[in-house]
Design a protein. Sequence first.
Length: 516
Amino acid sequence: MNSLNLINGNIITLNANCPIVSSLSIDKGKILYLNKTSPKFKTLDLKGATVIPGFIDAHFHLKNYGKRLEQLDFKGVDSLDKIKLIIQNKLKEVKPNEWILGFGWDQNLFADKLFPLSVFLDEISPNNPIYFTRIDGHSAWVNKTALLKTNKQINHINDLDGGKVINDCILIDNSMSVFKNILPSENKDQVKKWILNAANKACSYGITGVHDAWQDSLVIESIKELIEEGRFPVRCYGMLASNDLELLNKYFTNGHYENQYLIIRSVKAFIDGALGSRGAALHEPYCDDHNNCGLILISKEEFSTLAKKCHENNFQLNTHAIGDRGTNYVLNHYAELVGKNNDNRWRIEHAQMVDDDDMQRFKDYNILPSMQPSHCTSDMDWLPDRIGKKRLKLVSRWQSFINLGIKIPGGSDCPIEVGNPLFEFYAAVTRKNHEGLPEKGFQPQEKVNRLNALKMFTTWASYGGFSENRRGRIEIGYDADLTILDNDILSVDYNQILETKILYTIINGLVNYRSD
């Protein structure tokens, strides 16, 4: 039974009526008492540890995270020489013609900050096809052997709407689609393993719930089976893949799906690419690519049709938009449908660049900016060269949204970022990297205070998934989803936030992770 007393704790409830309590009791997966315990329950002495409502990551990719754990990892690799060595070591393990898959490369870390030439991979691996996804997931680096498998000419791939090919080896956004049916196929056993590994890793970070941003039929079936088997450890708010019309029609016909661990009532779409690969749609050209304003990945007609179907069937629409033009494009479509004073809570995922004129429209039409603080601190070193100093004020405008009374569901976009909510919390309150730079923070006017940063990953994330009446706060009758920390992140020195340890992760009243 999941009946438990927690005593001698610093329990931060995020409930204004009783913000701090020292004990609570859990029964049958719910909060039963505050500042009161039951003599019948097992008791855990917290010895002063801090308890918060369970972290919720409002933008996560379960399958992709688990899958990436099995691929070559290029995150943080800062030179082609190091990448070459990683590939050469992998070639010793694989057979000729076997795929080599990788993730996480970022040309902005290289000395010249340039996309590599095709000859680099072609010379290293003439016999094995290579497909390496960029850190943002919006471009792929391939070799000639891989391209030959598509039976497509470079010119054809380059001409795809919403796509672009650079140096005959870097496929931007929709150009990646030619590999959709060529890369090694995935089966349910693999997907279940990837999802389970990712979910367990999320628990170790103190995460009790994720908003899974792009679920196809195989992902949904895998999660449902894991739940039936009693092996799925976290709460999941699913976003249906917008390109699967059969899947959408099935859920539009049957309505919202909900059980204790899985809710499906939203759809995920893409409008533009990312700033790192210069695919984010901008009003003005990139400062380091004067003929490029980025890409719109879906036509007005197609997006309008999707938005209307979501609205007619009461499904939340969550659309990826990063550039200022991309965000404006989405806002135009949203505003036309939802009107003012609605409770649809349609979201723009990332909203990384927002013009002044568009800020107020988020408030007017109750549109939520679903944001990932580490994107700001990951990108800040090269953003001035990419978009120019005058546009930096448009980037990651967290405090500006809060000043308007707008709730921000916070996430990580894992595996794009690490997925540790403490890293996201730190980025939100400091706008610094883990070395404490820049000294005053990047665009410091947009720093968030600690209480609001915590709300981003608890109450506001819960609101973004229509669960604010049972999750995101510690209240009697709410789900017993709790994260227990060895530091009070609302008061410790900033550098100690990154050193904070997760002691326990409790979900549905069950201890799903403990540090010892």
